[in-house]
Design a protein around this ligand. Sequence first.
Ligand SMILES: C[S@@+](CC[C@H](N)C(=O)[O-])C[C@H]1O[C@@H](n2cnc3c(N)ncnc32)[C@H](O)[C@@H]1O
Length: 572
Amino acid sequence: MAQIAFLPRIIVSADTSKAPLKPLRRTQRSRTSISTNKRVLKQRTFKTPSKAWMNEVNKTIDSSVGVQKFVPRSPLQRTKLNVEVSPHRAVSAVRLMRIELGGAFADLLNEKGKGSGDNEMGYVERTLGFCTKELDDRDLRLVVSHPVTDVVGGTIRWRRYLDHLICSLCHEESTFRHMEPLLLQILRIGVYEIVKLDMPPYAVVDENVRLAKVALRPGAGNMVNGILRKLVVLKEKNSLPLPILEGDDHAQARALATLHSHPVWMVRRWTKYRGQEEAIKLMVWNNSDPGFSLRANVGRGVTRADLVKQLNLLKVPHELSLHLDDFIRMKTGLQTVIQAGLLKQGLCAVQDESAGLVVSVVDAQPGESIVDCCAAPGGKTVYMASRMSGQGMVYAIDINKGRLRILRETAKLHQVSSVITTIHSDLRIFADNESAKYDKVLLDAPCSGLGVLSKVCEHSFRKIGQTCVGIRAWKIWKNLKICRMSFLDAASLLVKPGGVLIYSTCSIDPEENEERVDAFLLRHPEFSVDPVDRFVPPDFVSERSFYFFRSSKTFTRWCLCCTSSSSLVKKR
Ligand SMILES: C[S@@+](CC[C@H](N)C(=O)[O-])C[C@H]1O[C@@H](n2cnc3c(N)ncnc32)[C@H](O)[C@@H]1O
């Protein structure tokens, strides 16, 4: 019989390669203002980009967002250093444009620190036409150091709420609807800094006005000034124009969606499954500080005590995991760890305890043959491999070549390459053509990620679609459901009699977890549930013997699963 288990995990993506910056800049409107504004003309030398190039860029943008057209900067344009503009705001605004229009991730800056800041400045130059002062440590922390408190992560997370405020403070809704993207990002940053970060309001107004004036035109600065000043006054009077929780279910869901910045359909779904009170708790939790954990790389001989020493030297506050011997919990200081090179040297990995507990459920033993079906970027593969004392093999399958490359690099860094074989394939094609059977098969399936919204701020917007609430979001949802069914069937073909299939997601939705397992068991009577209680703490075992990670500090009554897994044993 085979087992299934459910657990949480952290995703810290360093993959910005997917998001080549489109050198975007102005709307048609701002182009007109360039030609009429002598001051701006004097500051910058424009070389008209070729028509074909502009068409190409506009086509890309049209297809991805369906909004206004931009005039791209020519590569030959000269750039200037602007010492007056606040670097973290310029970098944040550009990064927000890249995330929204170019599909970049709101990832942490890499361990190069300033080097990474230089890359960011390159994007600023190409997008805004000038560069700012170098990012200092404080700027780096403000841009992207933390998914809740930094400007980029926080602005994305609170976008629905921020947009509601901006729209309410515009003279007309159409002004908001047709606002050019860069101006909107600057306003979102300003509103977020005033309302959520409680930064000194008039300094925030001045800095964002300056950025809008220099990056766009004086009129844009005036608009930022008007809206932010109104906001400051309303905030001081404690009368922000926020929706009131009243009316029918749908109206209440819309109000809650705005107040907690979640998609309406998510609010409706959670309210239906858990009731309004629990849905609100869940949204508050999603918007709260998630914390991180580090795994000491024991495969490379680094003990948790060694890691503790390093963190003490770096003065990073931390505590030991109660559930896993190799793990350490942290609330802050991840950027310090990255910049100190601990990850790059392979001393540790950023991995959520809940993901670590999925590996506990797999219980990899030396000498076993294990298939990790959707393996990349390899957090679990590498952890499993490090538990195998150099004997046996983990076959890591993934359809994404780039992510598999990251997996191989991590395996090398963690010195476990000898027990990992990567296979670039669609799982379903691989399973159809594979005659060998394996001791254990982990299916860490692509899922909605609804259990890790507190950790991955852009999830709620892009993957499930705060931007595409409605039909598109549901299409994504339905596609995921169909995929998971075929993935589970494919993975089951690889399990040898008596072997174990571990199904894991980072979702809290029953449709992705229990319902998929039930449907699978109906289709495959040769499998049955294998209780996970011998692998994980009792608090994390559901009534049906699946594994659910529970954030006990926040909630005690119901489980908040980030990653969950169930293990199914195949009958002999
Ligand atoms: C949730 S992520 C896996 C995370 C990974 N297990 C870890 O712990 O780092 C899902 C992965 O499934 C992969 N994937 C999606 N469709 C696939 C397919 N048809 N065959 C194989 N892998 C696929 C994606 O490329 C992605 O890397």
